[in-house]
Design a protein around this ligand. Sequence first.
Ligand code: ZN
Length: 298
Amino acid sequence: MLSSEEQARLRLEVFADLEHFVDSRGGFASKEELTGFVMRSGLRMPLIDTGRGIRNPQEFDASLSIVSAGDGGRNNPYDDAIDRETGLLRYSWAKGPVDGGDNRKLLAALHAGTPLILFEKPLPNLYVPVFPVYVIDIDLENRHFIIDLDDSRLRNGRDVPLDKKYVDRLVKQRVHQPMFRARVLSAYNKRCAVCTLKYPELLDAAHIIGDGDERGLPVVTNGMAMCKIHHAAYDQDFLGVSPDYVVHINERLLADRDGPMLQFGLQAMDGKSLELPSRRDDRPDRDHLAERFARFAS
Ligand SMILES: [Zn+2]
């Protein structure tokens, strides 16, 4: 059995390796990739357990990961299990007593304040890791473990109220944005819709209607996979996409002369058809594109 220091070190190594792994895959992983996960040290470390929503490796006294229950669907914006108001997730405990079976190591995580990995599952075989998360409490009556996105309530007590804006931002940054990016990149087969660049590390999910607008939902039809430069150009209206899925470059940029990035990266994209998701239902909403294109064209 590993000492608690060794366990803590191994856990952090797992987190770092998982981050490295999903970064190169657009922020998500498949079931096969997670059940067959091998650490960079060569140690085999399955990150999920098929058939149950919790992973309790023998190396650890406390659980390593839990999987959120819902398969949300492509265009369900808020399919995670996080409560909007509190920023907390309720995780149903397995059959049997709270200190027995699978529950025992989750209870250990609560007592020791051990960080865990939460896998959100916006689509059946698309796992988006959110970590670290913490078990901060237990609801004995409803048989729930209460999971938090950070450890502030664990440290300061459940009763210290958190600022609503803080909770909103936390949920958005830690859960909604990564899930939006994963769904959009998956729909676009991890390629930029403008130039087809295929390196997930360089790809974002661009909003069509911005997320500051209440209609700017984090759904696939309000997004397009774009490389960093095309995303920035789109946000700055240097690049527009018309409702017939054609790329347009701003007149001023077209008239300018500069190096290869301007010439090949931007000017050459003018008039190009957008690379669309193969599923029709995933294609950008034309009304949203029209509204956004009006801003580009004005
Ligand atoms: Zn691009």
